[in-house]
Design a protein around this ligand. Sequence first.
Ligand SMILES: NC(=O)c1ccc[n+]([C@@H]2O[C@H](COP(=O)([O-])OP(=O)(O)OC[C@H]3O[C@@H](n4cnc5c(N)ncnc54)[C@H](OP(=O)(O)O)[C@@H]3O)[C@@H](O)[C@H]2O)c1
Length: 279
Amino acid sequence: MVNKVVLVSGANQGLGFALVEALCRNLGPEASVYLTARNAARGEEAVRQLRERGLSPIFHLLDVTGDASVAALAETIRARHGGVDIVISNAAARISRDLSQAEQVGLFVNTNNHGAYRMIRAFGPMLRDNARFIVVASGFGSLRNLSADLHGKFDIARRSLDDIEQVMDDYVHFIETDQAKAQHWPERINIPSKVGQVASIKIMARLMKEEASRRGILINAVCPGLIDTDASRPWFDDMSSAQSPAQAAEDVVWLATLGPRIEAPYGELVQHRKVLPWL
Ligand SMILES: NC(=O)c1ccc[n+]([C@@H]2O[C@H](COP(=O)([O-])OP(=O)(O)OC[C@H]3O[C@@H](n4cnc5c(N)ncnc54)[C@H](OP(=O)(O)O)[C@@H]3O)[C@@H](O)[C@H]2O)c1
């Protein structure tokens, strides 16, 4: 793969940073690998660290909670390259142990769900032939993790991307007004959010199926498995079984760099190179 145009969101630390490093190494100096971050100083510092390792990612500001920020990056990529080969929507808000779920659900969903939706909307139409579009989700994103009476809300065969956005906004409202439990929603906000991310990628895959098949495009969600990052560490007493970000990046990069004429996985949630069931 030469001269590829690659974009990773939330890439100044954690898995995103390791993805940029691995993609720079895998694709070589001809590739344009965009390390994006919501904070310029943190993003530029991350680029500086990778330059010290002989790599040359390109920094661009990207706050996935803002339509204008996503549109600005899309315009830059369009003007410089005309399209994009690999998009990894990785940016995520953390869950704090010190705040209630109600206090953080709004920002969490706006970043992790509406942020992924903004990436789908902006970069889906810019995918080149044989492009790979990936949302970093988690194993929590299987629909089986939700009560059966909620499954219709995530009907991937019929729902639109906008429907899922509305379902997630409704969920925010239920958490904020203490109605979630009565409606059989989990009170841990990570599970519905990840289900929403995977539903959106499956719907994107459904809507683009004919074109993607014709043009060799693959669209998937990925679970990287447990990774030792600042996001996960506060939740576990023992991180000895966790992967380093570099280890976790390997299987995500495998998915992102699958060669042309490969038709699967498509529209799936993939963990360690295997498809996880939706139901
Ligand atoms: N860690 C795990 O065990 C694990 C397991 C399963 C799935 N995952 C998934 O893997 C992905 C990466 O996780 P991680 O552990 O690497 O998380 P992390 O260390 O918290 O990194 C998240 C990145 O997203 C960025 N970000 C936050 N809000 C943003 C916004 N509005 N716009 C753009 N970027 C934003 C953060 O930037 P700042 O530095 O500015 O905050 C940071 O660079 C997430 O999708 C997560 O759900 C992680």
